[in-house]
Design a protein around this ligand. Sequence first.
Ligand code: IMP
Length: 420
Amino acid sequence: MVDVVLGLQWGDEGKGKIVDVLTPRYDVVARFQGGPNAGHSLEFGGNKYVLNTIPSGIFHAHCINIIGNGVVIDPVQLKKEIEKAMTTGVDIKKNLYISEKAHLILPTHRLVDAASEANKGVHKVGSTLRGISPTYQDKIGRSGLRIGDLLDPNFKEKYTHAIANHKKLLDSFNYDYNLADHEPAFFEAVEFLKQFKIINSEYYINSLIKAGKKILAEGAQGTLLDIDFGSYPFVTSSNTITGGACSGLGIAPQQINKVFGIFKAYCTRVGNGPFPTEQENETGEMLRKLGHEFGATTGRPRRTGWLDLPTLKYAIMLNGVTDLICTKSDVLSGFEEVLVCDGYDINGQKTSEIPFDLSRKDILPLYRSFPGWTGDLTKIRNYQDLPETFKTYMDYVEAQIGVPVNVISVGPDREETIMK
Ligand code: IMP
């Protein structure tokens, strides 16, 4: 049985914490797409950890963690992450499994990412510059290298062949680089990774399903960054939706049971691209400040705005969400009024559907206003104890989207969670 957990907005919905909270119910956590562009933050025992590639179940000793074939792996980043996690006493050699089919982010992929973004002018996507897009391009272009290639005695030859095109590309951009600054750390990390379990993860995960193990498939980024359905071209390079769990882990669709969709009580976005409910004003500034809205991976300030129900409903439809989890509810405390967008006016036409081009300038969000609430929500553990005005707001959201909100997160710590 496989349940899926994923973000329903533009990423950063708080997936790391939620996976960590859900993990005690599962035997396995498996990441199915994305790479070190993701930053999943977890807090417990007064400490904060950010995971980029390792699944968020790693801090639970009973849990098997699989990095699936759909993920792209930067050996240098993964080595750092493993070393940091090991300092907490986690047995990574026992609990981490890496798909031999996951693609490798090479040093040149990161350079090409930087060079091509620099060359895009006003069309910049605002990439995290972790080499994600060039690596997925090579995967689709059938010229990538995979984790399984590390074990090939001719790996260096394969590497030299793979980077030849990247070098040509970098030269065409007149990009100034020195591979000697990057290659020693890369090859050191490659050697380091060989000591971990590099496996055929599709056979392994299907054998776990057969054995009755409970598996949680963990997504990265969010639905509005999906390569097919997100705000293209301002998206990431993988399928972030539930379907991505099938292709990113090698599991059949009928194995999927619950889909946990995570959304923030408001919206944020990093990088460029459309954001209809964005508040480029004092409200937005307050959301950023109270919500500590700065990227977990890049430290970039996040753009902020009100909850957008048309995009949320779209994400719920695409993912087949069965259970909703609302995060960062505590952040909205102290606002005089809280707005929710429940439709758009596009060139005079009212709609709650997402248009082909979400960047069009004539999209006006239509808002419903709710009276705000005050007080510290982070200490509340029972739904009944939440302010009435908060419950009115949440009841409206639930009624609009037609899926129950089962979990309300009121702070970053594991404990700051209300099960409804
Ligand atoms: P890339 O995936 O690094 O190429 O970035 C493409 C777009 O996705 C940019 O707008 C990034 O800011 C955004 N993005 C990538 N990963 C994340 C994430 O984990 N959280 C939020 N936004 C992300």
